[in-house]
Ligand binder design. Structure first.
Ligand code: SF4
Length: 745
């Protein structure tokens, strides 16, 4: 209101205009600011600068800076007017023209990126609302401008048309809209038409406007006078490759060596030392020259005549090839710190430049895992949040399938055992006999449990009722039922025979008769916003026993069980146990004993062999050790005596790597299939070839040491690539990584 002229304001203030014709009630309107300055303050306060910043591209000045520049300018004008006793305008056109002049002349700050170029590179949809002097339409071929509607799993063409979902003509009408905006946003538009080359036809919306364009300028690659910019660049490239002067200097001289990156990287990999010394492992002095490894190296058998790593004269060891061609096992050597090659240009592209330091207050196991796989991958995908566009498959996303099985598992346990996700179970209700200890103790028959699981499935995935191929396949996979059997069961939900992945899950669950679930999806920060602190003493970090900064971490443990102290399952708690946090180096204390004994389980949906998935979880991934230690830290008196992967898939099995000190007890209880991976591999780095420690706790320290080392490398900005087939296979940024390692097909 204050921006209007006095007469307009008087008119709009007329109460008759605000009184309802029928109700006779006065329309409630906000109280109008009385002056233009008050209006400006209120308007600025309503702008959500935090949300707006998410939409900026990094080169644009943030809204908050623009507001600041305008308000500062406005305030100085007011103070100038007051110093010369000039009354400022209160509103109306005088006030508006004063503000307009401030908006036109206020000097804006330089963007944070330091880039203040007038050239902007944008996708057509991002150009909406912009105007410019000239627009250049480049990369205009049909394959570059995707005009296909995305696919939706479970929905066929008929259903899409019927429900008007993702109509196939929507992308093209949108593209036309974007294009017409560009054509009208400037006085001159230059279209770079690639259709001279038959393999790159022009995108359809551009094809439609060709008739309205002025006659094109043609370049002829065969004529010396009329070469196009592309031909000139190509010729210059050939000259530079042949070490001759080009007609124009390259725009970015450093970029000339980019094609050599991959050769340089492969050469460095080939030059990695690989010969074993007399003890069967890589000589210690070569450790710093190792820049990659493959996960198979972590699980190799120890060749005959070579001591297991735990009993080797040095620890940790890196596997190597002996003279008779046998490979020894490696203790996870990450993080790698490749030395610079000496070529400043190449090194600056490979993590040896400043500017990539990270400030990560809160880590999660999955973020650490990305950085551990390859620091470049971690930096690009988690630090800069870059990732390849995911293509939507017509089948169910494997992650949704995994989440579904996870949820069925959790809901089933919660329902039968009276538990709640993310809430720690009060075991007194179990000890009193009010709740069953576990599924096996629930007095339910397997078929009754299957009935409950199917009811949960129906609630979580009502789409399984559909008869399309994906639903039919997934239904069979999950329950072993055909579509008509499922329909029959839904009409009459009764006990059902165990079948499919859900049946296998129940069968394996029924075998855990000595294990009491106490938490599902338990948050390891235990309610703290800053997370749980994970740290190690200097003598526990490997390989060099150096001090590594602690990290704060959050995440959710899939499942935590406790096990009894006796074979009959009567004693779950030892009241005489300690109230202190379990020491990692338990072998050095005699006065600490556990109040409860805990197993940490990580649920994975996988079609791999459960034993292979378990090896990967224990020896390659980091979450099991982090979860184990975080649970102990948050539960003084609890001792984690086993950890492992519970694989839900075609073969469903709960695997547990037991603590060395409790192996025989765990083997005599029904708590899952015990494995033996750490006993030959792990010890603490300051122990001799005759170690006294529990290998399981030494494993925990080694995995935590890798986690702390990886986090420290990220904080210091070490973002070099460490390509390997397994790391590059599903890398979300592989399309922009020149040194990726191709998989065998
Ligand atoms: S492709 Fe390989 S080397 Fe490149 S970032 Fe991904 S994991 Fe690292």
């Amino acid at each position: 209101l204050p921006l209007l002229e006095k007469t307009d304001r008087a008119l709009l203030s007329n109460q008759r205009l605000l009184t309802g014709c029928h109700s006779g009630k006065l329309l409630e309107v906000p109280i109008s600011p009385s002056t233009g300055d008050e209006w400006l303050v209120r308007t600025v306060q309503q702008i959500d600068t935090d949300i707006s910043v998410d939409y900026l591209d990094g080169n644009t000045i943030p809204i908050s800076s623009i507001i600041k520049a305008i308000t500062t300018e406005h305030e100085s004008l007011r103070s100038l007017q007051s110093s010369v006793a000039q009354p400022p305008p209160q509103g109306g056109s005088e006030w508006v023209s004063e503000l307009s002049s401030i908006l036109k002349t206020a000097s804006l700050p330089v963007p944070i990126s330091g880039i203040s170029s007038r050239l902007r590179v944008m996708a057509p949809k991002d150009a909406l609302g912009c105007n410019s002097d000239i627009a250049i339409l480049a990369n205009t071929s049909a394959p570059s401008w995707n005009l296909r509607s995305p696919k939706i799993p479970f929905i066929g063409e008929m259903e899409r048309h019927k429900f008007e979902l993702l109509r196939p003509d929507v992308p093209i009408t949108r593209a036309r809209h974007h294009l017409y905006h560009i054509l009208n946003c400037c006085s001159k538009v230059i279209l770079i038409d690639p259709s001279l080359d038959k393999s790159t036809p022009l995108a359809p919306p551009l094809e439609e406007i060709l008739d309205y364009c002025t006659p094109p300028v043609h370049f002829d690659p065969n004529s010396e006078e009329n070469l196009g910019p592309r031909d000139i660049k190509q010729l210059d490239g050939i000259l530079l490759r042949n070490m001759k002067n080009s007609s124009n200097p390259p725009l970015n001289p450093s970029a000339i060596t980019i094609p050599l990156d991959v050769e340089l990287q492969r050469d460095r990999e080939r030059r990695q030392p690989s010969k074993a010394d007399s003890e069967g492992y890589l000589p210690t002095e070569y450790r710093n020259r190792v820049i990659s490894f493959d996960y198979d190296d972590l699980t190799r058998k120890t060749p005959e005549g070579v001591d297991n790593p735990r009993n080797s004269t040095r620890w940790p060891v890196i596997g190597a090839t002996s003279s008779d061609g046998k490979n020894s096992v490696t203790i996870d050597p990450r993080p790698f710190t490749p030395l610079p090659s000496g070529s400043v240009v190449s090194d600056s592209r490979h993590g040896h430049s400043d500017g990539a330091t990270q400030e990560i207050q809160l880590w999660s196991p999955s973020r650490l895992q990305e950085w551990a796989k390859c620091p470049r991958r971690g930096w690009l995908s988690r630090g800069l949040r870059i990732r390849d566009e995911e293509t939507q498959s017509e089948d169910l996303d494997p992650r949704i399938h995994g989440d579904l099985l996870h949820q069925i598992h959790h809901d089933l346990i919660c329902e039968v055992l009276g538990m709640e996700e993310q809430v720690e179970r009060d075991i007194s209700g179990v000890l009193d006999g009010h709740f069953p200890t576990n599924l096996a103790d629930s007095d339910l028959e397997e078929q009754e449990v299957m009935q409950k699981a199917l009811e949960i499935l129906d609630k979580l995935a009502p789409w399984l009722e559909r008869s399309d191929g994906v639903s039919t396949f997934r239904l069979r996979m999950l329950t072993g039922m055909s579509h008509s059997e499922w329909k029959d069961w839904l009409a009459n939900p009764v006990k059902a025979p165990l079948g499919g992945r859900i049946g296998a899950m129940i069968r394996s669950e029924m075998q855990l008769s000595d294990s009491m679930p106490v938490a599902l999806e338990w948050e390891i920060s235990n309610g703290s916003e800053t997370g749980s602190e994970i740290s190690l003493n200097q003598n526990e970090t490997s390989p060099n026993q150096i001090e590594l900064p602690p990290i704060m971490i959050n995440g959710k443990i899939d499942r935590v069980d406790i096990i009894p102290f006796d074979n009959e399952g009567n004693e779950w708690l030892d009241d005489s146990g300690s109230n202190e946090i379990a020491p990692l180096r338990l072998f050095e204390t005699n006065d600490w004993k556990p109040r409860r004994r805990v197993i940490i389980r990580d649920l994975k949906t996988s079609e791999k062999k459960p034993s292979d998935r378990n090896k990967e979880g224990l020896l390659n991934e980091l979450q099991l050790a982090i979860y184990s230690r975080a649970w102990e830290i948050n539960h003084p008196g609890d001792l984690v005596v086993g950890a492992g992967i519970s694989t839900i898939g075609h073969s469903t099995e709960h695997l547990v790597e037991p603590s060395g000190n409790h192996r025989s007890e765990l083997e005599s209880l029904s708590v899952g299939t015990t494995t033996s991976l750490t006993s030959r591999l792990h010890r603490f780095p300051d122990e001799s070839a005759n170690p006294k420690s529990d290998p399981f706790r030494a494993w925990m320290a080694q995995r935590l040491s890798v986690a702390l080392g990886v986090a420290h490398g990220a904080v210091e900005g070490r973002v070099h690539p460490t390509p390997s087939k397994s790391a590059c296979r599903y890398c979300p940024v592989s399309s922009i990584c020149a040194v990726k390692m191709e998989d065998d097909y």
